[in-house]
Design a protein around this ligand. Structure first.
Ligand SMILES: [Zn+2]
Length: 344
């Protein structure tokens, strides 16, 4: 068995947001070209995703909303919000996107120490229980987390969302849950508007929502330091049974939608970090789920770095986090808020 399983499907290419939209099939085509050129495609297990059932999608979505998305099937174009629309096969793609997470979960849970990367469109983390938003139809990562808790009967799922944007949908779906810990780094204030540090969860979910809102201009040093200083003590105390990553690459230094400065080597370091944590706490069980990333070269280079790191073709050195960084004030602010729930 190979160390990394990659899930990809023709439907993920066929979903179409319309002419000139940044969230296009060219994103996956760029990744696919890279995988073939570098021959990384031969080093991973290429697996076929399944469809999610209505019941599985409705673990986090309203049945009425599911029916709204289903009703777009076969129609040339339906606008769901200002920048989110469907083509005739978008519903089928979205059902297989959420199902792909479930296939990846089944694969990773049934095989010791493996990792999966889901190369998926449409993305998911902005989708709310009853609303499409920000290029997202069904919330792929949230369907996966709910499935792990409610169907597989796990008790502790960690979601790490390193996409440029805050995953409002994911946060809201588990805001009152202590079983799903949501950790997000994101440009702030920015779309979608949520994600301040004092959004910590409610009821029994209090403390199980960790937002790290960041000004523009943060790079590898800042991200690696945030992961070590905020996430490490929390992971140790939470002791996750599986890690899901909302892997957006719109923090890449030349992304047209973002203002961050993360390099492909920065993504490699974050991957090394999560790999080490997963090996320490949950038999390596980690699933990377593609979210954003709109610079085609940056996206494919960054995914290459992540997969090479997962395959242990290299071990990218960490930057020195003892130096001062532009994120230090934010790190202090987040710890000050979160230390009522966690020891730092
Ligand atoms: Zn994004």
């Amino acid at each position: 068995m190979k160390k990394v399983s990659v899930f990809l499907d023709k439907l993920y290419f066929d979903h179409d947001n319309g002419m000139g939209h940044p969230e296009s099939q060219h994103r996956l085509l760029a990744i696919l070209d890279m995988l073939k050129e570098t021959k990384l495609f031969d080093e991973v297990d290429r697996l076929q995703p399944r469809d999610a059932s209505k019941e599985e999608i409705c673990l986090v979505h309203d049945p009425d909303y599911y029916d709204v998305i289903k009703s777009t099937r076969g129609k040339p174009r339906v606008f769901l919000d200002a920048d989110t629309s469907t083509c005739p096969v978008s519903f089928d793609a979205a059902v297989r996107a959420a199902g792909g997470v479930l296939s990846a979960i089944e694969n990773v849970v049934n095989s010791e120490g493996s990792t999966a990367f889901l190369l998926v469109r449409p993305p998911g983390h902005h989708a709310e229980r009853d609303r499409a938003m920000g290029f997202c139809l069904f919330n792929n990562v949230a369907v996966g987390a709910a499935y792990i808790i409610k169907v597989l009967d796990f008790k502790r799922v960690l979601i790490v969302d390193w996409d440029l944007h805050h995953g409002n949908g994911t946060q809201n779906m588990f805001y009152d849950s202590s079983e799903v810990l949501y950790f997000s780094t994101h440009q702030y204030p920015y779309y979608p508007g949520t994600g301040s540090a004092d959004e910590v969860g409610i009821g029994s979910g209090e403390g199980y929502n960790l937002n790290v809102p960041l000004a523009v201009g943060m790079g590898d040093k800042e991200y690696v330091k945030i992961f070590f200083e905020i996430l490490s003590p929390v992971i140790e105390q939470f002791n996750p049974e599986i890690i899901l990553v909302s892997a957006g690459f719109d923090t890449y230094l030349d992304d047209p939608l973002g203002g961050m400065n993360v390099t492909p080597q920065g993504f490699a370091q974050l991957t090394r970090y999560l790999k080490e944590q997963a090996e320490k706490y949950c038999n390596g069980r980690t699933i990377y789920i593609l979210e954003g990333g709109y610079n085609l070269d940056g996206l494919s280079l960054s995914v290459k770095e992540v997969i090479e790191e997962l395959l242990e073709k290299k071990k990218t050195e960490y930057v020195d986090i003892n130096e001062n960084t532009k994120a230090d004030n934010t790190i202090r602010e987040v710890i000050k808020i979160q230390e009522q729930f966690w020891k730092f």
